[in-house]
Ligand binder design. Structure first.
Ligand code: PEP
Ligand code: MG
Length: 573
């Protein structure tokens, strides 16, 4: 029976093929009283060592086929298997409680999984998935249950699964696996990230795809609109074959733009930049033709570990990014921790409203040791490329002045020690708090640039938590209030001869792009895979025409009206 499920579009493209339902083996784990402790520890060690051999082989394969950065997750998995906290706790339970190895391992792993899952930040929650993935492998060996490996698929297939673990995803051979769909996951889950780098169309978070699809059924995965069509009709097959052909052709066209600069139809250049979280993202940035890095979220350097990164570690990371960008601009944002991004080792008290609390620059101005270490690392790296420094969450002029003052002090200290620093480091701020947008004319006198952080600016302007599904209808990028704030910021920058960029998700949105171009935005910073479609769109737009249009849009009453006008005139035209 034909049926359509809706999920989250995780990786663009359309795939049509027969389904393979990848089922998790069911483990029946009973508690047994063991007789010989030494034998049981031996069984555990054997299962661990076979698992390590397998993981090393998968890591080598992933490194050869997908690159070193994609293989790193398996080094992390290998570390889990050698982690004394986990392994010793399991051995202790075998020795002291006489538990069988599988029961002890399951107990200990579940304890760690629950601990990580209950952390507020997404990065740490993903560590729970790593432990679950590794544990399953070891349990499989202890119980003698073999799961069919995805690596053995040798015909065109769409993989259907509850979730795909990193080791599942790395085994997918894009020659045969044309797409996948899962029950769980979001755009930032590991499987979604991997699917984008493999360029396999994927839909995640469908909730029930495994209960509706059986192996061998015909399935369409529409990674453009987040739909899974099960047992399509002839008419649907024809429709989606066309959609796939159109998209594939589109991609070939986009690929031709990698080395082009981004110039509107009437000859105005805008800069298309990429957002990154770590130097590992650089391959995608360069491969997709970014002209700059518009936002390097440095907090990822501080996360997933249990102590602060040293000045040298930070220096190496920043230096790598500016060097690989070969003098193209690189905007590095100072630590933006807090809100949904926690650092457990800082031991900060829980807050009722973390998004309105002690985060980002507020924390840095108080914890000066942390901030100054980062500033020194940034200043030292500035000698190796075109590095710009950006402060997040600025709400008042005092914060900006204090941050700049500390930067100047660290600069003086380094120069006094004879350390080389670039003489032209631009210093800017994120505009993500309404007070700063409204007073942008004042801030423009004291910064070199603005970057509008719409992810936060929208939530604060509309008073709608960006993480809360129930108020997501209020999260409206095209609301005239947001567009007016954006205009105020851009105009204020230009009046002082400064530039204005945007690094929130809105910058890569096809509805927002004509409006932002019309309002005079100078730099658009987005995820790397959005760059070529954005460039292609901008090449066909006239900035002069759009500036009149954008002014008119500011006078409309609702976000829906704005969206409809843009669609009619610039998307479906
Ligand atoms: C923003 O707020 O728009 C932004 C880019 O920062 P983040 O998403 O990291 O809060
Ligand atoms: Mg922000």
């Amino acid at each position: 029976m034909q049926q359509t499920l809706t999920g989250i579009a995780a990786s663009a493209g359309v795939a049509i093929a027969k389904a393979f339902v990848h089922e998790e083996p069911t483990f029946n784990i009973e508690r047994l009283n063991i007789e010989n402790v030494e034998d049981e520890i031996g069984r555990l060690q054997d299962a661990l060592s076979v698992s390590k051999q397998e993981l090393s082989a998968i890591r080598d394969k992933a490194e050869a086929e997908l690159g070193a950065d994609k293989a790193e997750i398996f080094s992390a998995h290998l570390l889990v298997l050698s982690d004394p906290e986990l392994v010793d706790s399991v051995s202790d339970k075998i020795k002291s409680d006489g538990q069988n190895a599988e029961f002890a391992l399951n107990e200990v792993a579940n304890m760690f999984i629950t601990m990580f899952e209950n952390m507020d930040n997404e990065y740490m929650r993903e560590r729970a998935a790593d432990i679950r993935d590794v544990t399953k492998r070891v349990l499989g060996h202890l119980l003698g249950i073999e799961a069919r490996s995805l690596a053995t698929l040798v015909e065109e297939t769409i993989v259907i699964a509850d979730d795909l673990t990193p080791s599942d995803t790395a085994q997918l051979n894009p020659v045969f696996v044309k797409g996948f769909a899962t029950n769980v996951g979001g755009r930032t889950s590991h499987s979604a990230i991997m699917s984008r780098s493999l360029e396999i169309p994927a839909v995640v978070g469908t909730k029930e795809v495994t209960t509706q699809v059986k192996t061998g059924m015909m399935v369409i995965v529409d990674g453009l609109d987040g739909q899974v069509i099960i047992e399509p009709t002839e008419a649907q097959l024809t429709e989606y074959r066309k959609k796939k052909a159109d998209y594939d052709k589109q991609k070939e066209e986009w690929a031709k733009l990698v080395l082009e600069s981004t110039v509107s139809k009437d000859g105005e250049h805008v800069e298309l930049a990429a957002n990154i979280g770590t130097p590992k993202d650089l391959d995608g940035v360069i491969g997709n033709g970014a002209e700059a890095i518009g936002l390097y979220r440095t907090e990822f350097l501080y996360m997933g570990r249990d102590n602060l990164p040293t000045e040298d570690e930070q220096f190496e990371a920043y230096k790598e990014v500016v060097e690989r960008m070969e003098n193209k601009p690189v905007v590095i944002r100072t630590l933006d921790i807090g809100g949904d991004k926690e650092l457990p080792y800082l031991d900060l008290p829980k807050e009722l409203n973390p998004f309105l609390g002690f985060r980002a620059i507020r924390l840095c101005l108080e914890e000066q040791g942390i901030f100054r270490t980062q500033l020194r690392a940034l200043l030292r790296a500035s000698a190796f490329g075109n590095l710009k420094i950006m402060f997040p969450m600025i709400a008042t002029m005092e914060e900006l002045r204090q941050a700049k003052q500390m930067l100047q002090e660290e600069k003086d200290n380094l120069l006094a020690d004879g350390i080389e620093i670039s003489e032209q480091i631009e210093v800017g701020i994120m505009v993500e708090i309404p007070s700063t947008a409204v007073a942008a004319d004042l801030f423009a006198k004291e910064v070199d640039f603005f970057s509008i952080g719409t992810n936060d600016l929208i939530q604060y302007t509309m008073a709608a938590d960006r993480m809360n599904e129930r108020v997501s209808y209020l999260y409206q990028p095209y609301h005239p209030a947001i567009l007016r704030l954006v205009k105020m910021v851009i105009d204020a920058a230009h009046k002082q001869g400064k530039w204005a960029g945007m690094c929130g998700e809105m910058a890569g949105d096809e509805i927002a792009i004509p409006l932002l171009l019309g309002l005079g935005l100078d730099e658009f910073s987005m995820s790397a895979t959005s760059i070529l479609p954005a460039r292609s769109q901008i090449l066909s737009l006239s900035k002069t025409e759009l500036s009149q249009f954008a002014e008119e849009m500011l006078q409309l009453s609702t976000a829906d009206e704005v969206e409809q006008q843009v669609r009619e005139q610039f998307i479906n035209a």
